[in-house]
Design a protein around this ligand. Structure first.
Ligand SMILES: *[C@@H]1O[C@H](CO)[C@@H](O)[C@H](O)[C@H]1NC(C)=O
Ligand SMILES: *[C@@H]1O[C@H](CO)[C@@H](O)[C@H](O)[C@H]1NC(C)=O
Ligand SMILES: *[C@@H]1O[C@H](CO)[C@@H](O)[C@H](O)[C@H]1NC(C)=O
Ligand SMILES: *[C@@H]1O[C@H](CO)[C@@H](O)[C@H](O)[C@H]1NC(C)=O
Length: 959
């Protein structure tokens, strides 16, 4: 047609050429130059880039201006020239022959001129206004010839205009990094030439339009960081040119469509941080060109298929933060380019494939917080590039493999909360680039103090909760250490003076070891120290006065040591100190009452020989010795007091001598015996017989409970001697027997009245801290009953019905009466708690008490009770179920949801795991395999002591 027209009228052509030349002459001489100058005058140019924009040279020579053959402005490139100001007029956009305008990376602001897209005849092909501070809406209109439109990283608001669909020529559209709202207009799918689409980082909502499926030229889709919802449209699977699909950080639901498997050119598939569910469709593993697959932080489930072997180009695989189960596929070991493998926070189990790393190119491996077992494979560092090794919170065992110890590329190593054992090899403590090393809460052993440490990059080190022996290392070969946690790790000896040279140190915890000697004054040279915990050791000598000179020290824990001398008064003048604990030492003298001592909790100063402080300290006031005669009078007074006390003591001893009282009443002669002299004065036979008829005997301010013994005359005398023995046993964790009262008409046992609830009623509402206290308290009571007295006292049918939780959350155990120990006499309705052998032999023993304790412990940990019917056909009993869970499932699967430890609290988690381990020992089928009550109590103490002691590291748990 065009050819035909040109042949038909040459005159017309000549005319048009003439007109063209005429206009270009007029325009170029004046209008274009004027437009440029007017633009210059409307903006600030502090860097002077536009300084040669004046009439001394032709505008074609001006900085940033490029002209075509006919001396018309063809391109204006003022990118990153530090220009600021408003674009008052759109005229430079309308320079008649301009094709390229780039004003990106300046500080232009205000609205984009409304008529910018109004002239559909505009010659513009390329418009880049990105990285400025433009506000307001995207102007309406269209330039059908525009190929590149980049308005990204401004502050544009409002909706994406529907007219966007009539930019038919666009190949590249970037509206990302604004504050656009509303839905993605369906009209956008009319831009069928579009190859690159970015709407990321806005506030768009609604669905991803299925019409995107019409945009067959698309190579990139990037709509992440919005609030898009609904499912991923299946139609995206028809965009076979797609190289890059990024829908991250939205609110997308449903399954990943299997149609995505048709995107045979796809190299990057990023769907992380959505709410996708279901399995990974197998078709995804057919995307042979995939370089990076990131589906992390969704709710995906199922197993990770061995089909992953087809992704031979894969370099990065992120599947963390989902609910994947099963094993880590062996096929991963055969991906030669695989560099980054992050599968953390799933429910993966089984072993790490043995050859992982050998034929890969690993740089980052993170498998933490799964339920992996077995050993750490030997070849993880075969690439020689591994720098992050994160395996914490699994159940890995065995030693740290030798090849990892020589992996000199390592920088960040977090293998805490496993069951690793063996020693840290000398190579391991000489890794040159490691800056973060956490091996805490394992079973590592050996004498690391005698070993050479040369880790010059080290900033954070935790060896806490292991079984090391010997002295603390003098140096770690690093001057950069900021956090040092060596708590609860079995160290002995003294605190090295050389720790004082760790100038960057901010947190130091040495608590729960067996450290002795004085606290070195040198520690106060650590001027950046914020938190210092030396508690639970055997440190002696004075509190260094130099501590008061530490400028940022906020937390100081010196409790449970043998420190002596006075509390340096300067400590009360430290402005930084907020939290202080000096309890349970041998400190004397007066407590300062200022600074951190103001309103100090009495428990933080208790267990010393201190006086003074302010009211909250709970300490007696200090008596000032004014002069000598005052002193003499005091001494004399003291003597008198002592004498009185001595007499009183003898008196009380006599009173305590369990004397029998005979009392006559209208019912006959009663024999009263009290085990607690306080009660004997205030309780009468009438009180007892009366309250036997009530539920709780509450009488004259004394509270007690009376239990009537039936058929008095058939009771053997051995019962009463046994009762007398019980009466002598008083312990804060048992319900103490305080007296008996008998005649030939009847007999009563008098117990202290505990205000509280049965454990069976209240267990489910207790926090982990309280449950811990309950477990510890019962263990202490058992230890007392079993080993304090000979022959030992058997509780009998241990069950949560036997435990009362008092007002202070302490458990109080009710001990069975002597006659009730023989199983024959008892209706075993709570028989679920009775050890199997006791059920058969009909005899209770210490070992059956331990069994019952084990069941209570399982109940405290899981919230389930042995009477529950839900263990199903697979597991005959709660014990069997617990045994299975402990070895085969993730902690989340069995721990009572009420006490589920958060992600951050690794300490709780390891306590729970250790307690469960103990519970399973206690419930061993073979009574001889069960620990003694002394062992139970010690194990619990050491498992739980960690908390009182291990500071929660302030380091982020992000990897
Ligand atoms: C961008 O514009 C906003 C709103 O007009 C203003 O508050 C902000 O300071 C500007 N930022 C820059 C870097 O000019
Ligand atoms: C998009 O194209 C369809 C037909 O293909 C047309 O009906 C519609 O009006 C177009 N929308 C825009 C905004 O151009
Ligand atoms: C995400 O989507 C769900 C359902 O599609 C909706 O209920 C929820 O409000 C959305 N969340 C946000 C933050 O928009
Ligand atoms: C291994 O990774 C490095 C970068 O870390 C890369 O340069 C090298 O080409 C990779 N080797 C293979 C076989 O992919």
């Amino acid at each position: 047609m065009a050819k035909k027209g040109a042949q038909a009228s040459p005159v017309v052509v000549v005319f048009f050429m003439f007109m063209f030349l005429f206009f270009s002459f007029v325009v170029s001489d004046n209008a274009e130059e004027l437009e440029l100058l007017s633009f210059k005058s409307s903006i600030q140019d502090p860097s002077g880039f536009l300084s040669n924009w004046d009439s001394s040279a032709s505008y074609c020579q001006w900085h940033g201006v490029t002209c075509n053959n006919l001396s018309h402005v063809d391109k204006l490139d003022l990118s990153a020239k530090n220009l600021s100001g408003k674009l008052v007029s759109s005229s430079i956009l309308h320079l008649p022959f301009i094709q390229t305008l780039n004003l990106s990376n300046n500080q232009l602001y205000g609205e984009i001129p409304k008529d910018i897209f109004s002239s559909s005849s505009s010659s513009l092909r390329f418009l880049n206004l990105s990285n400025n501070n433009f506000t307001g809406q995207i102007p309406k209109g269209s330039i059908p010839g525009l190929e590149v439109l980049d308005l990204s990283n401004n502050m544009l608001s409002g909706k994406i205009p529907l007219e966007i669909g009539s930019f038919y020529g666009l190949k590249y559209l970037d509206l990302g990094g604004n504050v656009l709202v509303g839905e993605i207009p369906i009209s956008i799918s009319n831009i069928t030439n579009l190859q690159f689409l970015t709407l990321a980082s806005n506030q768009l909502n609604g669905p991803i339009p299925q019409e995107l499926g019409k945009m067959k030229s698309l190579k990139w889709i990037y709509v992440g960081y919005n609030n898009l919802s609904g499912q991923i449209p299946e139609e995206i699977g028809t965009l076979t040119s797609l190289n890059h699909l990024d829908l991250v950080y939205n609110n997308l639901t449903g399954q990943i469509p299997s149609s995505l498997g048709n995107l045979s050119d796809l190299q990057y598939l990023f769907l992380y941080q959505n709410k996708l569910t279901g399995p990974i469709p197998n078709t995804i593993f057919g995307l042979k060109k995939l370089v990076s697959l990131d589906l992390s932080d969704n709710s995906l489930s199922g197993e990770i298929s061995e089909l992953v072997i087809h992704l031979q180009n894969l370099e990065i695989l992120h599947l963390f933060g989902n609910s994947f189960t099963g094993k880590i596929p062996k096929a991963l070991t055969a991906l030669p380019r695989l560099q980054v493998l992050q599968l953390w926070s799933n429910r993966l189990s089984g072993e790490i494939p043995e050859s992982l790393g050998r034929r890969n190119n690993l740089t980052i491996l993170d498998l933490s917080t799964n339920n992996l077992t077995g050993r750490i494979p030997d070849g993880l560092c075969s690439s020689g590039r591994l720098f992050k090794l994160i395996l914490f919170s699994n159940s890995l065992q065995g030693s740290i493999p030798k090849n990892l110890s020589t992996c000199t590329s390592l920088q960040r190593v977090r293998i805490q909360n496993n069951r690793l054992s063996g020693e840290l090899s000398s190579e391991f403590t000489n890794l040159p680039l490691v800056y973060f090393l956490d091996v805490s809460n394992n079973y590592l052993s050996g004498n690391v103090g005698d070993q050479k440490w040369d880790m010059p990059s080290l900033e954070m080190l935790s060896l806490a909760g292991n079984r090391f022996s010997g002295k603390l290392p003098h140096s770690f070969g690093s001057q950069k250490i900021e956090v040092l946690d060596l708590s609860s790790s079995g160290f002995s000896g003294t605190i090295p003076r050389s720790f004082g040279s760790l100038t960057e140190l901010m947190q130091l915890s040495l608590c729960g070891n067996k450290l002795m000697g004085e606290i070195p004054e040198e520690l106060s040279s650590c001027k950046k120290l914020v938190s210092l915990d030396l508690s639970h050791n055997q440190l002696s000598g004075p509190i260094p006065t130099g501590f008061a000179e530490m400028p940022v020290l906020g937390q100081l824990d010196l409790s449970e040591n043998q420190l002596s001398g006075e509390v340096p008064p300067q400590l009360g003048k430290m402005e930084s100190l907020i939290q202080l604990n000096i309890s349970h030492n041998h400190l004397q003298g007066s407590l300062p009452s200022t600074g951190a001592f103001l309103a100090i909790n009495s428990s933080a100063v208790a267990g010393n020989d201190l006086c003074g402080g302010d009211e909250s300290s709970g300490l007696p006031p200090c008596k000032k010795v004014k002069n000598w005669w005052f002193f003499v009078i005091c001494s004399l007074g003291g003597l008198v007091l002592l004498t009185v006390a001595a007499i009183g003591f003898i008196f009380i001893r006599r009173g305590n001598n369990l004397e029998l009282k005979r009392v006559e009443s209208e019912d006959g002669i009663w024999e009263l015996q009290f085990f607690d002299s306080n009660v004997s004065k205030s309780v009468t036979v009438d009180d007892i017989t009366l309250s036997a008829k009530q539920v709780n005997g509450i009488c004259r301010g004394k509270s007690f409970v009376v239990k009537e013994i039936k058929e008095v005359n058939s009771i053997p005398s051995s019962f009463w001697s046994e009762i007398k023995r019980l009466g002598k046993l008083q312990h804060p964790n048992i319900v103490n027997l305080i007296g008996t009262c008998r005649s030939d008409k009847g007999a009563y046992l008098v117990y202290e009245y505990i205000k509280g609830k049965l454990l069976s009623e209240t267990l489910h509402s207790l926090t982990w801290e309280k449950r811990r206290k309950v477990a510890m308290g019962i263990a202490k009571a058992l230890r007392f009953l079993h080993s304090h007295c000979s022959p030992s006292v058997i509780v009998g049918d241990m069950s949560p019905e036997r435990v009362i939780i008092d007002g202070k959350d302490e458990p109080r155990l009710r001990v069975s009466l002597p006659g009730q120990l023989s199983v024959a006499n008892k209706p075993f309705n709570c028989s679920a708690y009775v050890a199997p052998e006791a059920r058969e032999s009909k005899a209770m023993t210490e070992k059956s008490d331990i069994y019952g304790f084990g069941l209570i412990l399982i109940e405290l940990l899981t919230g389930k009770s042995p009477a529950d019917a839900e263990y199903g056909e697979q597991h005959q009993s709660m014990v069997e179920w617990a045994r299975y869970c402990y070895s085969d499932c993730h902690l989340d699967m069995w721990v009572d949801p009420m006490i589920k430890p958060g992600h951050a609290s690794n300490v709780n988690q390891s306590q729970i795991v250790e307690a469960m381990n103990l519970a399973l020992h206690c419930t061993a089928g073979d009574p001889m395999a069960r620990p003694s009550s002394t062992d139970v109590s010690k194990t619990l103490q050491s498992a739980f002591q960690m908390t009182s002691c291990v500071p929660t590291l302030k380091f982020s748990s992000t990897v």
